[in-house]
Design a protein around this ligand. Structure first.
Ligand code: FES
Length: 69
């Protein structure tokens, strides 16, 4: 499923970024360029990232929230 249409970033791309060590929205953005054009996908990317991190025991509310700012 495409999460970011501007940069054509899928949920699998975000999962790959997490697998490569991304633990925050900002780190996912650096890895994929998602959310850097219109910003309309940021909530969906953040929700997917939080879900993915929770599933891999890497969830950290503060890291995810700090990176959104
Ligand atoms: S949909 Fe992601 S930046 Fe526009």
């Amino acid at each position: 499923m495409i999460l970011c249409h501007c940069a054509v970033v899928s949920d699998a791309d975000v999962d790959a970024a997490v697998a490569a060590g991304a633990r925050s929205l900002r780190q996912v953005q650096r890895a994929t360029d998602c959310g850097l054009v219109c910003g309309g996908c940021v909530f969906a990317v953040k929700a997917h990232l939080s879900s993915r991190l929770a599933a891999t025991n890497g969830y950290d509310d503060e890291v995810v929230e700090d990176a959104a700012g």
